[in-house]
Design a protein around this ligand. Sequence first.
Ligand code: BGN
Length: 258
Amino acid sequence: SAKPSTNRSVTEKPLQPCQETPPGLVGRLLIEFSSPMSMERVQRENPDVRQGGKYTPPDCLPRQKVAYGIYIINQYGEDTFNRAKLLNVGFLEALKDDEEYDCFIFSDVDLIPMDDRNLYRCYEQPRHFAVGMDKFGFRLPYAGYFGGVSGLSKSQFLKINGFPNEYWGWGGEDDDIFNRISLNGMKVSRPDIRIGRYRMIKHERDKHNEPNPQRFTKIQNTKMTMKRDGISSLQYRLVEVSRAPMYTNITVEIGRPP
Ligand code: BGN
C-alpha cells in the first residue's frame, strides 16, 4: 500500500488571502528619539525581513504587491536636491526588482509613523498618509497638502505621468503632485487625523536644498507641464545599488537645475 504523503505542498491547505486588516495591530505607538535605535535591534525585531528589506507574509496571500521592499534613493554629488525626481527613480528601480509590484509608498526619510493602523497599502484613490505631523501640531497644514508620505497604485502613478522632475530645491513638488491628481479626475484619500500621525526626526537644515524661488509659478503650470515632464521623461544614471539586510540603497546621478 502507498505510504501517506509527507509532501507539504500536497498536504497543506493553499494559502488564504490576507485579512483586510492585519491581526495584531496595536494602534498608537510610542515614538521618541531620546534613545537611539540601532540597525541591529531593527534586524533582531524583524527576523522575517530578507536581504534588501524584502518581506512577504508567511501565512497568507497578500492582496496587493506593495513594493514589499524598502528602497533608499540617494542623490549623488553636491548639486541642488530634487525630491520628486528621486521618488520617480525609486518607482522605476523597484519595478526592475519585481515587475509585479502594483503599489508604491513614497516616504521622506525623516518621518516616523506613530500609529500602525495607518496601513501602508494602496487605495481606490491616491493616498496621503502624513496628515498629522508633529511640526504642524498634528494637523493638516492646508487642504491640498500632499507632502511627507504618500501612496499610489501603479496605474494611479502612471495616470499622472509620475512626479515632476523639474523642481530643484525645497518646496512645491508635492503641490504639483496634488495638482496632477486633481487634473486627472482623482481625489486624494486620507486616514483619520487621529491615526495619520508622524514624528519628524530632528535634523539641521539640509544643505543644497534652498527654497526654490520658481515654485510659485511652476505650480500654476502643472496642467501644461505634466504631459511632458514626469516618469515618461525621467533620465538618470545609476551609481550604486547595494543590498543591506533591512533595505536596498540606491545612489543615482540626476543632474542639476538648468
Ligand atoms: C508649502 C510648500 C510645500 C510644503 C508645505 C509644507 C510651496 C509652493 C508655493 C506655495 N509649497 O508651502 O512644498 O510641503 O508648504 O511645508 O512652497
